[in-house]
Design a protein around this ligand. Structure first.
Ligand SMILES: O=C(O)CCC(=O)C(=O)O
Length: 288
């Protein structure tokens, strides 16, 4: 598969704003063929959950979060390791290579609540801040169905604050605190095939889903190859393979995504028991 370099104006915009929408990065036909497999993975992970929506936790009402689908859904693997996504991530970060931190489906059900403002990086024990997420709406996102909003430039504010958005209490509000500097988030609609990238330190949130359909999104989180572990903070992306504090994060849990030969997909790690982030739900964690 051919990949092309990104338009430099997109790279500049990402550097300035901490987020950017890359238009038409993926083919709609490709997404249409991947989408049923992501749907199937999400359905399988949630099989047996017969609760009414109103009985779910505050966190579960934000979205169904299914981590590391690439490991147990081989049909999703080519999407997670799609060379156009990974190359774009490396170019936006300005690095030669990136590894997968983890992927995750974020399915916001009809009636799903807003995702509270947060930064991603404080959930990860990665010292360096060369981290980026690709947010891929399988059928597009709209202001009605749970569009994401980003506080422009917030990745450069010097803020790295843990916000527990997954508990039962209203979390600390990053937007009304001093951290966001009073700057309003910019909400973006992402058409099918386009991909929204945000930096790990960008303050972001999403709108509730007021539509009748689930907002179906797959995401892929990357970090620059060479990044190191910064703390004992437990995380399935490092602890499954015994990456020690200070060591470079490199193991079968976090394979190189770019550069990588087209069609060369990594094998899933062997330890299935911890593979899916079951112990890694963010609401189980202590505040750092
Ligand atoms: O999909 C959402 O509602 C929020 C997305 C998000 O927090 C993320 O991709 O880091």
């Amino acid at each position: 598969m051919q990949t092309a370099p990104l338009d430099p104006t997109l790279i500049d915009a990402f550097g300035e704003q901490g987020f950017v929408i890359v238009p038409d990065l993926l083919d709609s036909e490709d997404l249409e063929s991947f989408a049923p497999h992501v749907d199937a993975g999400v359905a399988r992970r949630n099989a047996g959950d017969t609760r009414e929506f109103s009985k779910k936790s505050r966190y579960e009402q934000c979205f169904q979060q299914c981590i590391n689908l690439w490991e147990d859904c081989p049909e999703v693997r080519p999407l997670t390791f799609h060379p156009r996504l990974a190359r774009a991530a490396a170019e936006l970060l300005g690095v030669a290579g990136v590894r997968l931190w983890h992927d995750q489906a974020l399915y916001k059900e009809a009636g799903g609540r807003a995702t509270d403002p947060h930064q991603d990086q404080p959930y990860w024990p990665i010292r360096e801040t060369q981290t980026i997420s690709a947010w891929i709406p399988l059928a597009g996102s709209s202001l009605e169905n749970g569009a994401v909003g980003y506080v422009p430039g917030s990745h450069r504010f010097g803020v790295r604050r843990f916000v527990n958005i997954f508990g039962e209490e209203d979390p600390y509000d990053l937007l009304s605190g001093p951290e966001a500097r009073g700057i309003e988030p910019v909400f973006v609609e992402v058409p099918q095939g386009s991909v929204a990238f945000h930096h790990g330190l960008t303050i972001h949130l999403s709108k509730p889903n007021k539509s009748e359909e689930t907002r179906r999104v797959h995401t892929v989180i990357y970090f620059a190859d060479g990044c190191t572990r910064d703390s004992e903070f437990w995380h399935f992306s490092v602890d499954r393979f015994g990456i020690e504090v200070g060591e470079a994060i490199a193991s079968p849990a976090t394979p190189v995504a770019w550069p990588r030969e087209a069609g060369d997909l990594p094998d899933a790690p062997p330890d299935e028991a911890l593979a899916f982030g079951i112990r890694g739900k963010r609401d189980d964690r202590e505040e750092r």
